[in-house]
Design a protein around this ligand. Structure first.
Ligand code: CMC
Length: 380
């Protein structure tokens, strides 16, 4: 315990690191990577270019982007024993838990897993970015009893993921929507998962350990796990006519509504605004607007009740229906978050290690006063 130090439950309002990567204004609903508004990146960039931006803290020139894309493609395939391992694990295991196991195992195939020099980390970050997609697609297929599909060398990161999952080359529209979802999830400053991975990295441990910590944190329903919970809730509601009463009853029981609220945003999450547009567009294109209609009523009901307290949809609210309309199963929504967020985790680790100082906060001691050890025969 450090005398006089401030205590903030959940570290609310505590600045734990300096970062040039992501800017959030939670009152105005602004999000930008390296100063570029998320709306502009979603409109004009690609996941690959966004990854470069976050890794190297600048936009690439054309030749650099092409080189980066080629390197990502080159590292897509998984070591065969990793696929064997995934095949031997219980099919019923949670996909996020399988992903965590697989990332841990990937470290054993890196000849220098403990090398945390800048160059080594850049290579590992790129490889992990490429392979997180392949792992997630493989997990998605294995849990349905299907063989994993080998990655292509001619598709973009987004298109290749959808191909590895379904076995079919996706349409341009599906590829673009998925690419935008990946851009939107790539980084978000210092949420629990990024903080967890940076804490591990600050001990100079290997990046695989750091990313496993991040995956563990992302899995929780208060963080990335919320997107799966949202779609399950929307499916459970089942019909737009039930949405308002369902939410009002939940609120009356003081239950948390998944996909709403954020430590940083006290207004509409700009990512949710973009995803809502895509969700609506896909709903119309697939002539299946029921789930989107339910979401709109849920949104209206929650904002009417809690908007005054700064509770609005977050990124996890509309991402679920976007993935649903792309034909993806709910169990994969949180792993898909990781397919993108690996970029933010790795970028923060690389940035933090440039001026590393081990994370070692303290606790406010609330236990018994100093006393003495009591021998076992004297304990009452
Ligand atoms: N539904 C109902 N009430 C809520 C919600 C919600 N979704 N979110 C916050 N509140 C209430 C909360 O109960 C508390 O009320 P009171 O002051 O009466 O105790 C008040 O608002 C302040 O909330 P908090 O829990 O102190 O806020 P926090 O900053 O500690 O937690 C949060 C942020 C995201 C964990 C929380 O809003 C939540 O549990 N949301 C639902 C889960 C979710 O959607 N998570 C995804 C977050 S965004 C993307 C990501 O990181 O993956």
């Amino acid at each position: 315990m450090t005398a006089g130090a401030a205590f903030s439950r959940g570290l609310e309002g505590v600045i734990a690191a300096e970062s040039a990567l992501t800017y959030i204004d939670g009152q105005k609903g602004i999000l930008a990577y390296l100063g570029i508004p998320i709306e502009e990146l979603a409109e004009h960039s690609s996941f690959e270019e966004t990854a470069f931006l976050l890794f190297y803290q600048r936009l690439p020139k054309r030749a650099e982007l092409e080189g980066f894309q080629s390197e990502l493609i080159r590292h897509r395939a998984l070591p065969e024993p990793i696929l064997d391992l995934l095949k031997r694990l219980p099919r019923t295991a949670a996909p996020m838990a399988l992903l965590r196991t697989a990332v841990s195992a990937l470290g054993h195939f890196d000849p220098k897993p403990d090398d945390v020099s800048t160059t080594a980390l850049q290579e590992k970050a790129l490889r992990l970015t490429a392979q997180m997609a392949t792992l997630t697609a493989a997990i998605g297929r294995l849990r349905k009893g299907l063989e994993p599909i080998a990655p292509t060398t001619d598709l973009s990161h987004a298109a290749n993921f959808l191909y590895m999952l379904t076995g079919q080359k996706p349409t341009e529209e599906a590829t673009r929507v998925f690419d935008v979802a990946l851009i939107l999830h790539a980084d978000h400053e210092f949420p629990a998962s990024t903080f967890a991975s940076t804490v591990v990295a600050s001990t100079l441990s290997d990046i695989y350990s750091s990313i496993c910590a991040a995956l563990g944190a992302l899995k929780g329903p208060l963080h990335g796990g919320a997107n799966e919970q949202v779609i399950r809730m929307i499916i459970e509601i089942g019909d737009p006519s039930r949405a308002e009463s369902y939410i009002k009853e939940k609120l009356a029981r003081k239950e948390i509504i998944m996909g709403f609220g954020h430590r940083q945003y006290k207004t509409y999450d700009p990512r949710a605004r973009i995803l809502k547009r895509y969700s609506e567009r896909l709903a119309q294109q697939t002539h299946d607007t029921r789930l989107f209609q339910i979401e709109e009523i849920v949104e209206k009901t929650v904002i009417e009740a809690l908007g005054g307290r700064g509770i609005f949809p977050n990124v996890d609210f509309y991402s679920g229906t976007v993935y649903h309309y792309l034909g993806i199963e709910p169990e994969l929504y949180t792993p898909i978050f990781a397919v993108s967020r690996i970029v933010g985790w790795a970028a923060h680790i690389m940035e933090y290690l440039k001026e590393n100082r081990i994370f070692r906060p303290t606790t406010r001691y609330v236990g018994p006063p100093l006393g003495h050890y009591i021998p076992i025969e004297q304990r009452t």
